[in-house]
Design a protein around this ligand. Sequence first.
Ligand code: GTP
Length: 595
Amino acid sequence: MKHIRNFCIIAHIDHGKSTLADRLLEVTNTISQKDLQAQVLDNMDLERERGITIKSHAIQMEYLHNGDNYILNLIDTPGHVDFSYEVSRSIAACEGALLIVDATQGIQAQTISNLYMAIEHDLEIIPVMNKMDMDSAMPEEVEDQIVELLGCKREEIIRASGKTGLGVDEILEAIVTRIKPPVGDPEAPLQCLIFDSVFNSFRGIIAYYKIINGTISKGDLVKFVATQKEYEADEIGVLKLDMSPRTSLSAGDVGYIISGIKTSKEVKVGDTITHVKRPCEKAIAGFEEVKPMVFAGVYPIETEDFEDLRSSIEKLQLNDASLTFEPESSIALGFGFRCGFLGLLHMEIIQERLDREFDMNVITTVPNVSYRVFTKKGDMIEVHNPSGLPDITLIDHIEEPYIRASVITQTNFLGAIMTLCLGKRGILIKQDYISSNRVELIYDIPLGEIVFDFYDKLKSISKGYASFDYHMHDFRESKLAKLDILLNGEPVDALSSLTHVDNAYTLGRRMCEKLKELIPRQQFDIAIQAAIGAKIIARETIKAVRKDVTAKCYGGDISRKRKLLEKQKKGKKKMKQIGSVEVPQKAFLAVLKLD
Ligand code: GTP
């Protein structure tokens, strides 16, 4: 055990975590240069395209130091807020962390939030200043920030570049000399911390864990504490570039288990694996059931695709337990599902995977958060859909979720950012100077306000120089109103939203204006109205038009005509018939695009 080092890399998004990990794998000959595909660890197509690590992974390297062979387990962590629980579990499996800070950007919001998590778990922090090869690097200034943040010495900060390989040897040396070996008793009852799982269509679910205490052997009968399910360990092993089977693994080791688990629901990140015969007394602390916080309706464009959509979502759920869904019906959209996501990025990823991997043509509705509705009778109902709100006369009060957000920015954008947060009903909790021209703002903001375009606005007003991170904080009572949208007098339930009463009028007016832009003119007038209860608060009209796409090629080439008609038909596919009105997908997300 004294030759094992378990570590992770924590960084703000795009600070170069994956690139640096590739260099470590290369220098330790874990992969050969020839096989080095850019960013091996990001092996999901979508991840590579988006350049973000969605699921965390682990990989084992070997490294020779003073004649001894060391096993270095790198546990990769996702960088985005939506997956922060996974980050916290990966961190809990390590004894040390490389803290990567981009020398051109300095400390950002996720640098700090991830660092706090690492400190909470008593990890040894090795600060690394990355992208030193770039002309825009500001080593002195960023070094000051790191010293200030960590209270470390300047000499402890390693200057590196994932691009040129600068500092990589020094990092490996630091991992061996500065990070402590894992502690734990190989003879004690088995306790393994699950920090990740992946779905493999041939082998089922593969769970990744770190052994805190005890020894696990192939064929052992094991139990997953949170689910209370028992399995036989069909195969255990360590994670090299591929899986490498072993007969037994003990305390300190990081490994995988394959045991005929079919769905990701059975394997919960943070859960403990123990032996059935000699169970550990206590599960590893800190297990938390991740709850989706953002909900949206997902509907097939063609009604007959409903069952296909169900099986596609079910398949996605096999490898993503944080995705939840239940059937729902909408008067406007027919039969579909209300899906729950960890956050907005998670929602986008699922939408894209439905389209890409399953070729599902779907309409997604405006996302909303989960509300707690307290009835006059004293019951509490969780409402995931504005149209599911009980009759207003039965409601005593409604609570909505608040997040605690950290925004780091340069002082010159401070005013604009504070105005934005105020407009989103944010409450300023704290303001800290990180350096003379950089500030961290802590705000409590309703999650429902963040769901609507907060992040995009923050980016644009700060010209990209503001970073943002958040975690769920609490639920608070709010004065909320349900805003309905009517098309030609018919309420379109999929366009309903819950909003703070003070914003309802403005939102109603802007929704109508935006929908007027987004819904194409049709052969009759279309009235768009916004209403609270029976009261109409805004109205717009789309004037009738007759559109003949083939008019342009009158008497012309027949195949061209057919092509145009085909094109029109295809264009139509992204439309949904609501009563007599055809509404494009864009319109359902109109509320997100208000400016
Ligand atoms: P996430 O996985 O999305 O959190 O990003 P990451 O932190 O893994 O960053 P990644 O390694 O994907 O790097 C982000 C961008 O910075 C990529 O375009 C890299 O090519 C570039 N990059 C990373 N390291 C360096 C470096 O040392 N020098 C230079 N010039 N560019 C780098």
